[in-house]
Design a protein around this ligand. Structure first.
Ligand code: VG1
Ligand code: CO
Length: 544
């Protein structure tokens, strides 16, 4: 194998965020930008010579170009085998599964998730370790450190690899396997859920469904599983063709962006069940006839009913949620007497808990749920979980949600995002909030009294590592909370996220609109953080 060493200058902005390095495509197209980062990752890893690396992405613009470069850099650095999804495609949960199933050393997942794609939009790259999960912070810190001083990368002189031809090729001593991106994942799903029951429920018309793949990676997965294996009608998967620019949309599964699904689900002839996933297939939105399930509720409902699903029939070892996720799942854990962990935002913090067998199920308010079947959140899995639940319980989505609220009470929840805020203003907002923390406890605002105010810091119960500055938490004596944090996935300016929740035990008040029920907390959040005052905005950009 002929290997070249290319001299390069380092870039100072390659610090991975919540979920890998995400930048505009144009930034990634700078000379050596992608190559440097990949080399910085390999320089930070040890003992991978001759071992296997998994490679795939969500198919967005620049995916194929990046994969060809990475193949050559991986070859030059001594990997023995590459497993690549056909066409360069792998959903994030499927990549996680492949790493685990084939005992790979690690994997590179190319995606900017729910951010738009195209020549003027976003791209991203993330390294996953051998458990199939996103690299923990000790790795990402090392990648960043190395990227700041790197001055060359190694690359094999070789032809581009045909990514579309399934099968195994030998190239200069390295094995390249192009695999079907869906088969292993579909097999895994069949091992977790009751496919016979689902087939029956769909075949008999008891369950009708609509899945919006948002022109992103889950199209092929949903078609194979829902249509080919479970017998749903072909038109029950919409926007099923992965496109490089996602059809010009945000592949973000919420009521604002998955509007085609939202319209169908709130129409008179809505199907029983509707779901959508994001760019890389790890997020999910769950809906039923005339109802949208908030992700925090979805996690709690899954936890409360997991024993009805074949894979979780033995019960759950424990559950975890990210800090800003509502406390709905905590109530389920308390009732079943299982541990409930509160982690910082981002899936990388669940890996240790899952590996150690401390939790079986986990999730985030940002449309993410998952279990110990892989080490990423998983959109299609969440849809199948709900379908299996509907089939077993013989209840509608609305009935399942209302029954849950009757049993546990409702944690009324919403998130307000202010996007592309000037970075200096955003920093000022956080400083202003932090400055108030010592004097807030004990203060009264209408019916609300603040019981604690702090910056969230997490000590990993498995390896003892500490992650500080993970968001500002304001807790109230009645269990309500307001959380403020800056996004770690955006590519333009800063995004301020305000998370609001209020517990409502009274069943007669469960059908309130969340924005109305949270109005006082929304006002109080502005009083505390002054985002409108400091930015001149009048409304959040996105409300979920
Ligand atoms: C957001 C979400 C977070 C999620 C992350 C990656 O991060 O809030 O919960 O884990 O995206 O999801 P942030 O830092 O922007 O708030 V995905 O689907 O982009 O891989
Ligand atoms: Co995603």
């Amino acid at each position: 194998m002929q290997i070249e060493t290319i001299n390069t200058h380092s870039y100072d902005d390659q610090n991975p965020g919540t979920s890998g390095l995400r930048k505009k495509v144009k930034i990634f197209q700078q000379p050596g930008y992608l190559e440097n980062f990949v080399q910085a990752i390999f320089d930070s890893l040890e003992d991978f010579s001759g071992k296997t690396l998994v490679l795939g992405g969500d198919g967005r613009y620049f995916n194929r170009t990046a994969i060809q470069s990475i193949i050559k850099i991986a070859a030059a650095n001594g990997f023995g085998e590459l497993i690549i999804g056909q066409g360069g495609l792998l959903s994030t949960p499927a990549a996680s599964n492949i790493i685990r199933k084939y005992k790979a050393f690690g994997g590179l997942v190319l995606s900017a998730s729910h951010n738009p794609g195209g020549p003027n939009e976003d791209f991203g790259i993330k390294y996953n370790v051998s458990n199939g999960g996103p690299a923990p912070e000790k790795y990402t810190h090392a990648f960043f450190k190395r990227s700041q001083v790197i001055d060359s990368y190694k690359i094999a002189v070789m032809e581009d690899v045909d990514l579309d031809q399934l099968g195994t090729q030998q190239l200069d001593g390295m094995t390249i396997k192009i695999i079907d991106p869906v088969s292993d994942y579909a097999e895994l799903m069949q091992s977790l859920f009751d496919f016979d029951l689902l087939k029956q429920s769909i075949g008999s018309g008891y369950i009708t469904l609509l899945f919006d793949a948002m022109s992103a990676i889950t199209g092929p997965y949903a078609k194979r599983i829902l249509v080919d294996l479970l017998g749903a009608s072909p038109n029950s998967v919409i926007n099923a063709e992965p496109l490089e620019d996602f059809g010009g949309h945000h592949p973000d599964p919420n009521l604002a962006h998955a509007h085609e699904l939202a319209e169908a689900m709130f129409s008179d002839d809505a199907p029983t069940f509707g779901a959508a996933s994001d760019g890389d297939g790890d997020r999910n939105m769950i809906t039923g006839k005339q109802i949208f399930v908030t992700p925090s509720d979805s996690l709690a409902i899954m936890a409360a009913n997991a024993h009805l699903i074949p894979a979780y029939a033995k019960g759950l070892a424990g559950v975890a949620r990210s800090m800003p996720t509502s406390q709905a799942v905590d109530r389920v854990a308390a009732k079943y007497n299982i541990p409930c962990f509160e982690t910082p935002t981002g899936w990388k913090f669940f890996g240790n808990l899952l590996d150690a067998g401390k939790i079986t199920l986990c999730g985030e308010e940002s449309f993410g749920t998952g279990s110990d079947h892989v080490r990423e959140k998983d959109g299609v899995w969440a849809a199948l979980f709900w379908l299996n639940l509907i089939a077993v319980k013989r209840q509608s989505v609305a009935e399942i949600v209302h029954e849950h609220w009757q049993t546990f009470g409702r944690d009324i929840y919403s998130r307000h995002d202010y996007e592309a805020v000037d970075a200096t203003i955003a920093k000022g907002i956080v400083e202003h909030l932090c400055g108030q923390l010592p004097i807030l406890p004990g203060q009264h605002f209408g019916e609300y009294e603040i019981s604690f105010a702090d910056e969230f810091s997490y000590t990993d119960p498995v390896d003892g590592s500490v992650s500080s500055n993970q968001g500002v938490r304001i807790g109230f004596t009645n269990g309500s909370r307001i959380v403020f944090r800056l996004s770690g996935t955006g590519t333009v300016g800063a995004t301020l996220r305000i998370y609001l929740e209020r517990f409502e035990p009274d069943t007669t008040k469960h059908n309130q609109d969340a924005q109305t029920a949270l109005a006082d907390l929304i006002d109080l959040a502005e009083q505390l953080c002054e985002v409108k005052k400091r930015t001149g905005r009048t409304e959040p950009d996105v409300v979920t």
